[in-house]
Design a protein around this ligand. Structure first.
Ligand code: 2AM
Length: 194
């Protein structure tokens, strides 16, 4: 798949990175509003609109010198574009976060996450091998558990996935895409652009 690489910031030797789906710009204002509302109710901190994402695979700390290998692994990943219906609010009590998630994730989403982790394993890159629970964290440091229940729904068209960096000094809640790749149309030739 074609890769779009962005210039790197700073020159710290260690980066904290993960693969994720960036929330579509047209949904950012709505979900950022929801994040502020939920964060207020939970006495937490909202995730800013431009940092909202759904994590596919969390890698964590890597040496900057390993970044080309991580990007190369991302370039081998095949996946289909999809539509995700964000329709459920909830939280992870221990992590003190609130999230919005699809109650019925499309099967291609789990397939994409599996393709990412397979590419990382093939490249010898460590990642967090926890079971995949697709969600977008909308508030952190929640002192009160968020009320679980239906929300939206918001229909999210996903056309690409990205490698994100969590820059040092942002309190771990502002993210920057380092590289991104388009997802294909279902049934298209592997590697072809949608
Ligand atoms: P979260 O949204 O549930 O907090 C960057 O930290 C992103 O990677 C976050 O979306 C976070 O999930 C996710 N993530 C997955 N596993 C993680 C881990 N072991 N440590 C930190 N973040 C993790």
């Amino acid at each position: 798949m074609n890769e779009r690489t962005r210039p790197e910031p700073g020159n710290a030797g260690i980066l904290r990175v993960f693969f994720a789906l960036p929330l579509a710009p047209e949904l950012r204002d709505d979900i950022a509003d929801l994040a502020r509302h939920v964060a207020r109710k939970c006495f937490g901190r909202p995730v800013p609109g431009d940092s909202l994402h759904l994590t596919l695979a969390f890698i964590g700390s890597v040496e900057r010198s390993r970044l080309p290998a991580v990007i190369a692994a991302g370039s081998t990943v095949q996946g289909d574009a999809m539509t995700i219906s964000l329709d459920r609010l909830g939280g992870f009590r221990r992590a003190a976060v609130a999230w919005i998630a699809p109650s019925a994730p499309p099967p291609v989403l789990a397939a994409l996450a599996a393709n990412v982790t397979r590419a990382l394993a093939d490249a010898g890159i460590d990642f967090d091998a926890r079971v995949f629970h697709p969600h977008l964290t909308i508030a952190r440091h929640c002192r009160v558990a968020p009320e679980a229940g239906p929300a939206g729904p918001w229909c999210w068209r996903v056309d690409d996935f990205a490698l994100f960096e969590s820059p040092v000094g942002t309190g771990g809640s502002r993210y920057r895409a380092i590289a991104s790749w388009p997802l294909g149309s279902p049934g298209s030739t592997p590697g072809a652009q949608a």
